[in-house]
Design a protein around this ligand. Sequence first.
Ligand code: PGA
Length: 252
Amino acid sequence: MRKKIVAGNWKMNTTIQEGIALVNELQKLIHDGNIGSANVIIAPPFTHLSEIINVTKNSVIKVSAQNCANELKGAFTGEVSVAMLQSIGVSHCLIGHSERRSYYHEDNAMLNKKVKLALQAGITPIFCCGEVLKEREEGKLFEVIKSQISEALFDLSADDYSKIIIAYEPVWAIGTGVTASPAQAQEMHAFIRNLITEKYGKQIADETSLLYGGSCNAANANELFAQADIDGGLIGGASLKAADFYTIITSF
Ligand code: PGA
């Protein structure tokens, strides 16, 4: 059965002190509560990763990076390689977040390299895709998602592909307070699962965790997660408040 996952993307927020306080608060809620079968991942900034991995070592929380370099090593000032992430115990990495695509011009070919490097290092990619509003309005949303997924992922072997988590995040919903309706989200998740079925077969498609992201919060997570093809969420703003994030984790 595919995993239910809630992943928190902290983006460029929190100092290390604030990050540790946030994770400690979250751990206490998880410890005292009941998260059922949910898998919890947090993606703090690079500077926090080592310390947060240390602080969470006895907890269910897994720690993800928000990005990785598209080269193995060498003269790439300011970049962080998958080997560096692996060496401190990072288990997951966001790849292709829309902010990386739009502000840092990451294209499908570059994301394909990052996905392969992460897999080689034993790090699970959380591959993000999503259309901008204009593409949705022009009816190009399915074509956009198909090219993002097929160009970045579909030259992987079935074995490699089966390790990927996909997050569908409509760009118009990220950080805007406008959430995709459960029906809009489900429609795209079903489309993505179908794409995977066509390429890798039903069994692998059924096992792929598909997360929804974009203004998912403590009030709407329940309805979104109840959709047949939505297996959890990638949460930005609401992951910065432990109580809200905990509510989302327990929204299945
Ligand atoms: P948001 O961000 O929840 O603040 O909309 C989601 C994301 O960018 O992953």
